[in-house]
Write a protein that binds this ligand. Structure first.
Ligand SMILES: [Cu+2]
Length: 238
């Protein structure tokens, strides 16, 4: 009788172990688990029209580019909005990715126009143009730097502290402007085509979700996401 119970107990333990080991999303994939918050950023009303940029001072820059301070499609979906968790992570720290964040200069414009990256992460700035640029971020909460960047030269820098967002200019080409959002947690996105964003791998909790646009300013929402919940939210500008 005793032996039978023992056999039963051992079998049950074996099955439980198997179930645990074969559950999807365990082990190395763990950081990608969790809840998510996604959605869209909208601009209500008539968006200002992009205007042509006069690049005639530098024949190596090309022509035909337009301003990017408010970029929407015909449906009011707003691009270049940084959406990030600004509060609710209770001082948690997160490893900084080894891969650098990338900003390119193409046709004498910054690509992307708005970049989001981690505090302490390496920033790699590439010059794809035939001309010399001068990359010059003007931070309020980080070390300022200002580097001449001839054709083909790669610049690498970091920003130590969170700052949303650091304006970047080029001292050679006055129309060149971009923004770098430096964020201390990994929970952020920048809206692209369609005005959408998707922040994955969030632990369940209550957070302040903030949206930042270079011309239209900040929007703030309190959100609560349950375990495994895929929350959707909308931000509205006008
Ligand atoms: Cu330039």
């Amino acid at each position: 009788m005793k032996k039978k119970y023992l056999l039963f107990a051992v079998s049950a333990a074996y099955i439980l172990t198997l179930l645990t080991l074969t559950r999807p999303g365990r082990g190395a994939a763990a950081p990608l688990e969790g809840s998510s918050v996604s959605g869209v950023v909208k601009f209500a009303g008539v968006a200002p029209k992009p205007t042509a940029i006069n690049m005639s001072q530098d024949p190596l820059c090309g022509s035909g580019a337009t301003t990017e301070d408010v970029v929407t499609d015909g449906k009011g979906d707003l691009e270049n909005v940084v959406v990030y968790i600004s509060d609710g992570l209770a001082g948690a720290t997160f490893p900084v990715p080894d891969e650098p964040a990338l900003m390119e200069q193409k046709g004498c414009q910054y690509r992307p126009h708005v970049l989001a990256m981690r505090a302490g992460q390496k920033l790699k700035v590439v010059n794809n143009d035939g001309t010399t640029h001068n990359i010059h971020p003007i931070p309020a909460n980080n070390r300022e730097w200002n580097v001449s960047q001839p054709k083909g030269v790669v610049v690498e820098q970091t920003f130590a502290r969170e700052e949303i967002s650091v304006p970047v200019k080029c001292n050679v080409h006055p129309w060149m402007k971009s923004y770098i959002a430096v964020i201390k947690n990994p929970y952020f996105a920048v809206t692209g085509k369609g005005g959408t964003f998707d922040i994955k791998g969030l632990p369940p909790g209550t957070y302040t979700l903030q949206a930042w646009h270079e011309k239209l300013g900040m929007r703030i929402q309190k959100i609560t996401v349950g375990a495994g919940e895929a929350k959707t939210v909308e931000f509205d500008y006008k």
